[in-house]
Design a protein around this ligand. Structure first.
Ligand code: C2E
Ligand code: MG
Ligand code: MG
Length: 635
């Protein structure tokens, strides 16, 4: 029985045990009423709660909606930003790759893939750097030890240092990698292709250190290498330095023009390169000057072997403008450290040895010797004294009479200059004319000779001419014609009594100016002779350019007349000269036999010790007079 009903039944039971039904009904109805009231109350509060919950839900939904909208908004903005960053990093000229603090890839761009030669599927976020480096080694886009590279890189990142490493790769490529640490312990690596910049820099550096014509190292680089060689010599290693120049290069340049001069230099450069192994520096240090540095010299004599080989190699004919050209080279050699331990000192000594090689006969080599230093000093002193000599009037002229074989009379005297040195006595021209030419004194000295010779000749009897030697340098001087006119005028000597002797080298250098000067002199009435004929280049073609009055056949042919060949040459020259309307003089006739020979061979004139040695002016008159009776007799 329900507990409540049991309770109500109990209350409605009277003491006699009878149930009062009215009371029970009342009690049950009251209970129902109360229950109904309670149920309504609960219903109402449930409805209230449900309403509140719904309200709460609606609020939450709104919040969620708002938040979701904000998130979407942020997401859209982030996507936009990502797109921007993506576009930016994929369009930058540098390759970019970012690593985290564990040296693993975070992001990278397209350019990084291109520069490292990797495919997109070979690189991924989270990949360790070491793996990337091995892939790149396989592609040839990383050079070096990857473990060492990483450990140095991580150390720099840990110190917060930005560093750049350059990788020289195959195919002349250079990649510069800059690693910039990030605050989170990782770093960003930018890869820049600097190949073009490095190539340009290398080109500029090459140009600064090499000669443009031959591409050989220039003086600057040669000196750097020489300094390094000297430093090595301190560790006991010996070396040799050659100073080398081409004999007669100037003549080629002047005769054939600079273009062919350049061709010749290039050819010589190639030959020099071919003579040595790559350890030897071959440099062009001046116009026709070269220098060689031979490291690791074992025996001094090895340098001589190479020098000899070079002389022979360079000497081979070079075909220029259709002509085979022969150019000799002379070489001065110094041994490091025996002959010096300073670049300037070594080069000076090598120059002295070169100078000696040239003086001793071109196309050869000489080692430096300490006595050369003394000789160079002597040479400088000679130059000083020579200038002084002209000022102080120490030059004198001797005259060598020239005999005409037809008239048996002295028809000309050649003026030959001598230097009356206050201490050393009479110095022959061969010792000072070349020096005077080198220092440019020859122009003033030549003018003095011309004036003095014309003045002296004015005192000679009859129409006896005076022959004056002209240096090629005087021929090149614009003042020559006025000087000749001045000398003739002040001496009062008719132009037809002056002969000017030039050498073949003048004609080889035939510039328009030289020819014009010769024609002007001829126009004045001055005679022009070709001196020492047959000893120069003997390119007979120049005889067509100018009609000489006289060919002086060089002494060497006259000396050698016992040989058929020399006789044939002299005969050919006299025949040729006659048919060209020129007369011939045999130089250096020392014996009666030679005189007979040259007479038979058709020479018109003779000059030589047999007739007379060169004489001081005062003695010339005697020689002239001595031949006069002969002339009278033969007439
Ligand atoms: P060169 O013009 O050929 O003069 C002839 C040279 O031969 C002279 O020498 C003369 O002494 C020498 N000689 C003449 N006959 C004989 C001989 O029978 N036997 C030998 N062994 N030698 C003989 P020198 O006077 O010593 O002159 C040498 C050269 O110096 C000249 O050769 C000439 O080229 C040059 N020279 C002389 N004077 C002058 C000058 O005033 N100006 C210029 N530019 N050069 C000069
Ligand atoms: Mg002469
Ligand atoms: Mg001569």
């Amino acid at each position: 029985m329900d507990k409540l009903f049991a309770k109500q039944l109990g209350k409605a039971t009277r003491p006699d045990g009878e149930v009062d039904l009215a009371v029970l009904e009342q009690l049950v109805v009251a209970a129902y009423t109360q229950a109904e009231r309670d149920r309504r109350l609960i219903d109402r509060s449930t409805a209230l709660m449900a309403e509140e919950l719904e309200q709460l839900n609606r609020g939450l939904e709104q919040v969620v909606e708002e938040r979701t909208a904000a998130l979407r908004d942020r997401e859209a903005r982030l996507a936009g930003q990502n797109l921007l960053i993506d576009t930016a990093i994929n369009n930058m000229p540098q390759g970019l790759i970012m690593f985290d603090s564990d040296a693993r890839v975070v992001i990278f761009n397209q350019r990084y893939l291109e520069m490292s030669g990797l495919r997109p599927d070979q690189v991924r976020p989270g990949q360790p750097l070491i793996e990337l480096l091995h892939l790149r080694i396989a592609m040839g886009t990383f050079a070096g030890d990857p473990d060492q590279y990483i450990s140095q890189l991580l150390a720099a990142v840990a110190r917060g240092e930005t560093g750049t490493v350059e990788f020289e790769l195959a195919g002349d490529r250079t990649i510069a990698v800059t690693n910039r640490p990030r605050p989170d312990g990782g770093w960003v690596a930018t890869h820049e292709d600097i190949s073009e910049r490095r190539r340009t820099e290398k080109k500029i550096a090459h140009m600064a250190h090499h000669d443009a014509l031959t591409d050989l190292p220039n003086r600057l680089l040669m000196r750097e290498r020489l300094a390094a060689t000297i430093a090595e010599a301190r560790t006991g290693k010996r070396a040799a330095v050659f100073c080398l120049d081409l004999d007669n290069f100037k003549t080629v340049n002047d005769t054939l023009g600079h273009q062919f001069g350049d061709e010749l230099l290039k050819c010589v450069a190639d030959r020099l390169r071919a003579c040595v192994d790559p350890s030897v520096t071959v440099a062009r240090v001046g116009g026709d000057e070269f220098a060689l540095i031979l490291p690791n010299l074992v025996h001094s004599a090895d340098a001589a072997v190479l020098a000899q080989h070079i002389c022979e190699t360079v000497r081979a004919p070079v075909e220029l403008a259709g002509h085979p050209i022969l150019v000799d080279t002379s070489i001065g050699i110094v041994i490091v450290p025996d002959h010096g331990t300073e670049p300037d000192e070594l080069l000076k000594h090598a120059d002295m040895a070169l100078y000696r090689a040239k003086a001793d006969g071109r196309g050869s080599y000489r080692y430096f010797e300490p006595s050369m230093d003394a000789r160079l000093k002597a040479r400088r002193a000679l130059e000083r004294e020579l200038r002084q000599a002209l000022v102080e009037g120490q030059f004198v002229l001797h005259y060598q009479p020239i005999l005409n074989l037809e008239s048996n009379a002295i028809t000309c005297c050649e003026a030959l200059v001598r230097w009356q040195h206050p201490a050393r006595g009479m110095i022959p021209p061969a010792e000072f004319i070349p020096v005077a030419e080198e220092i440019g004194l020859i122009v003033a000295l030549g003018e003095w000779v011309l004036r003095k010779a014309c003045a002296d000749a004015a005192s000679w009897p009859g129409n006896i001419k005076v022959a004056v030697n002209l240096s090629p340098i005087q021929m090149g001087s614009a003042n020559l014609v006025p000087t000749v006119i001045g000398a003739l005028a002040s001496a009062g000597l008719p132009a037809c009594r002056l002969e000017l002797e030039i050498t073949e080298s003048v004609m080889i250098q035939n510039t328009d100016a030289t020819l014009a000067a010769l024609h002007q002199l001829r126009h004045l009435g001055v005679k022009i002779s070709m001196d020492d004929f047959g000893t120069g280049y003997s390119a007979l073609s120049y005889l067509r350019l100018f009609a000489f009055d006289k060919l002086k056949i060089d002494r060497c042919f006259v000396n050698d007349l016992s040989h058929d060949a020399s006789r044939a040459i002299v005969r050919a020259v006299t025949d040729m000269a006659r048919s060209l309307g020129m007369i011939t003089t045999a130089e250096g006739v020392e014996t009666a036999e030679q005189l007979d020979h040259v007479r038979l061979l058709g020479c018109d004139e003779v000059q030589g010790f047999y007739i007379s040695r060169p004489q001081p002016l005062a003695a010339v008159h005697g020689v002239i007079a001595a031949y006069a009776p002969l002339r009278a007799k033969s007439a």
